[in-house]
Design a protein around this ligand. Structure first.
Ligand code: ADP
Ligand code: MG
Length: 244
């Protein structure tokens, strides 16, 4: 039996009076890849942000590697050390070199020496195919390279799970595939991944489970080939017809 990496049961969240997540149930096994799609404003970012506690849910349970996500600082720190996140807008420090961006977390949060952190950083820079960019500043790199640095930065923390929130949406079209290729390699290596994306080619290649959200609900889920071939709901069919 596959170990469960992430489990959401009956998760609800409100922003003030606005019911943004409605009874979300989601199970991600260790090594599985889940792709979440759906219209803008449907709650996709909020779901992934709740998984590493960038947002707080008010009802239901979230467990990550068996630990229930509660409000105490110790649990939050433990979850953050196991769950990496890659954002649409890279979020690199512009005044630090690529190498220093990658070394910061491991030195501050994981207690590595600078020498150890540099070794780890160079290892993951090579893994995202830009070993020669270590001494540049983020502003000197293309968007696709910056996003690969952001992925390497997450990997330097040795996470057990990686969350991606529309990682290619801010990129020029010609740079999308270089980022998706790195994500596909991670997927094939067995990383547990939850990916919010509208890149349906990526979903077809790697997703074990596709989830379609609309208005704060999971409206449909299944293997990608099932969801693409025969969406059960009108909302999902309409959405797919707009993006495919
Ligand atoms: P998606 O990622 O699917 O586009 P989000 O999860 O970002 O959707 O947002 C879902 C809904 O919640 C949207 O209507 C958005 O405006 C609202 N929302 C998101 N963040 C906040 C916030 N911090 N405060 C109030 N409303 C928010
Ligand atoms: Mg979003």
């Amino acid at each position: 039996m596959t170990e469960t990496a992430i489990e959401l049961v009956g998760v609800n969240k409100w922003f003030g009076d606005f019911h943004v997540l409605k009874d979300i149930d989601l199970t991600v096994g260790a090594g599985q890849k889940v792709v979440i799609c759906g219209p803008s404003g449907s709650g996709k970012s909020t779901v992934v942000r709740c998984i590493n506690r960038l947002e707080k849910h008010q009802k239901g349970t979230i467990r990550v590697n068996g630990t229930e996500l509660r409000g105490d600082a110790q649990t939050i720190a433990a979850i953050r050390s196991e769950v990496g996140m890659v954002f649409q807008q890279f979020n690199l420090f512009p005044h630090l070199t690529v190498l220093d961006n990658l070394m910061l977390g491991p030195v501050k949060a994981r207690g590595l020496t600078r020498a150890e952190a540099e070794k780890t950083a160079r290892h993951y820079l090579a893994r995202v195919h830009i070993p020669d960019q270590a001494d540049k500043y983020p502003g000197q790199l293309s968007g696709g390279q910056q996003q690969r640095v952001a992925i390497a930065r997450s990997l330097c923390m040795e996470p057990r799970v990686l969350l991606f929130d529309e990682p290619t949406s801010a990129l020029d079209p010609e740079m999308i595939s270089e980022v998706l290729d790195v994500m596909i390699e991670l997927a094939l290596d067995g990383m547990t991944m939850v990916v919010v994306t509208h890149e349906m080619g990526f979903a077809r290649k790697v997703a074990d489970q596709m989830v379609f959200m609309d208005a704060g609900e999971i409206v449909e889920r299944g293997a990608p080939e099932e969801v693409f071939a025969a969406p059960k709901s009108d909302r999902c069919r309409k959405f797919l017809s707009q993006i495919l």
